[in-house]
Ligand binder design. Structure first.
Ligand code: 4AD
Ligand code: MG
Length: 429
């Protein structure tokens, strides 16, 4: 029996195996808020209506004590559709010591030091459940679109996203290798076998950024498809984001309510096309809004904010200058100084949630780019091979899971969206 199913037991006996989340008692009646992982329920203990031992147990329960509670399911006297438990028996599994996380406000460092306990708080519980729904939505979207799941390696001898953010590890006699920044390069190889694929796993960046949107370990979903070109690549991304949002609105009503998430902006964008601005158009817009960004510079937080501030929909910024983008991106034949890439900027301050591009598919051009970036030739020979044996136009993108979940939840900082965040100044617990 799980609390999430309690409505099916109206009028019947029910058993909750879980923890005490909160308690109020007047001396003759106690209201216990119980949680079992699947949900929360109020349990009512009436002193005159239960045995002495059960009342004594109710009295001694402390926050987060573990217990088994039996009783009859009844309708909440005031709240429509809400059920509660009229308690007949309480068995205590363990009386918890004084719990460090109480109802009072705690600072972020204290909460992060106690992340192993903080995870039990209602909002944190809700965020992890939204994360689970986002993950399963991604799998479902890609399977519907005939992409298959491909597992790419985490230990790799090459760099996908620039050598400056690599985490190195000592690998037996091989010397230094790295933790993956993105499975993209391996996924490109795999889709030349399976046509369309996606991976989903932890990725690592030794980024010295202390922003609300940077983790050193985060989860990325890379997708890749043969014979897909730049515009279709953006269509697939837009479809995926709408699919995720729709799923969250369907499946996460309780969670979004706990998180006090205003759902209107999410609902609204479902029926609207996303805005697509070229990098040049974005520059013009930024200048007209007073930004002093120069052509050829990356967009900062503030620029992303300006570009989306009055937008009901996420904004694609596409066709960036080649000079600030990685070696694998294909040049735009109409202007070889630009590449066929896109960043998708979410609304409501979500920031860049996707980075994608069409890939260079010409052997000689790609080889020259790899050399120009000073990357170690031999580690990329297998990648170049893909351009030797049946090369095809192909494109893909990577979605940051934590930024997406943060946006869905309206979370202030993405560190709350991963169970145990790794930040530049935090590896514990
Ligand atoms: O834009 P990025 O760097 O793109 C790639 O890694 C490509 N190889 C993906 C591909 O084409 N298959 O990263 C993709 C996304 C970003 O848009 C962002 O959402 C997230 O990953 N991301 C981070 N999330 C949290 N912390 C960080 N340090 C992140 N760096 C990137
Ligand atoms: Mg990016």
């Amino acid at each position: 029996m799980l609390i999430k199913d309690i409505s099916k037991y109206a009028g019947q006996e029910f058993e909750v195996k879980g923890w005490l989340y909160n308690k109020r008692s007047s001396g003759s009646i106690a209201f216990l808020e119980l949680r079992d992982g699947s949900g929360f329920v109020q349990a009512v203990v009436v002193k005159a209506g239960v045995g002495e031992e059960t009342w004594a147990n109710a009295e001694k329960l402390t926050q987060e004590s573990s217990l088994i509670v039996k009783g009859k399911v009844s309708k909440h006297p005031k709240q429509e559709g809400v059920f509660e438990l009229q308690v007949s028996d309480i068995q205590v599994a363990q009386i918890a010591e004084e719990y460090p996380i109480t109802k009072k406000e705690h600072g972020p460092d204290f909460l992060l030091d106690n992340r192993h306990l903080w995870l039990r708080s209602k909002k944190q519980w809700a965020i992890q459940r939204v994360r689970d729904i986002v993950i399963s939505a991604i799998y479902d979207y890609f399977h519907e679109k005939s992409f298959i799941k491909i597992d790419t390696p985490i230990i790799t001898p090459n760099a996908c996203e620039g050598a400056t953010t690599l985490f190195g590890i000592q690998y037996f006699d091989e010397g230094e290798v790295f933790l993956s920044q993105s499975g993209q390069l391996y996924l490109e190889a795999a889709v030349m076998s399976v046509g369309r694929g996606f991976d989903f796993g932890p990725t690592f960046r030794a980024e010295k950024s202390k922003t609300k949107r940077h983790l050193t370990e985060f989860w990325m979903m890379d997708a890749e498809a043969a014979f897909v070109e730049h515009n279709e690549n953006m269509d697939i991304q837009e479809g995926m984001i709408k699919f995720i949002i729709k799923r969250c609105l369907e499946k996460c009503q309780e969670e979004l309510t706990i998180l006090e998430r205003n759902q209107e902006p999410l609902k609204k964008l479902l029926n609207l096309p996303f805005v697509r601005l070229t990098y040049s158009e974005a520059m013009e817009k930024l200048h007209s809004l007073g930004s002093d960004i120069k052509f050829g510079e990356d967009l900062g937080n503030d620029d992303e904010g300006l570009l989306t501030q009055n937008s009901d929909v996420p904004v694609f910024i596409h066709k960036w200058p080649k000079s600030i983008k990685p070696f694998y991106m294909k040049r735009d034949s109409a202007n070889p100084d630009l590449v066929l890439n896109d960043d998708l900027i979410g609304i409501e301050g979500a920031g860049e949630i996707i980075g994608g591009s069409q890939r260079e598919d010409d052997y000689e051009v790609l080889k020259a780019e790899i050399e120009k970036e000073g990357l170690k030739g031999p580690e990329y020979q297998w990648y170049l091979d893909l351009r030797k044996y049946g090369s095809v136009p192909h494109s893909g993108f990577g979605l940051g899971l934590e930024r997406t979940v943060g946006w869905m939840c309206g979370a202030q900082h993405i560190r709350e969206t991963i169970p145990f965040p790794r930040l530049i100044n935090r590896v514990r617990p």
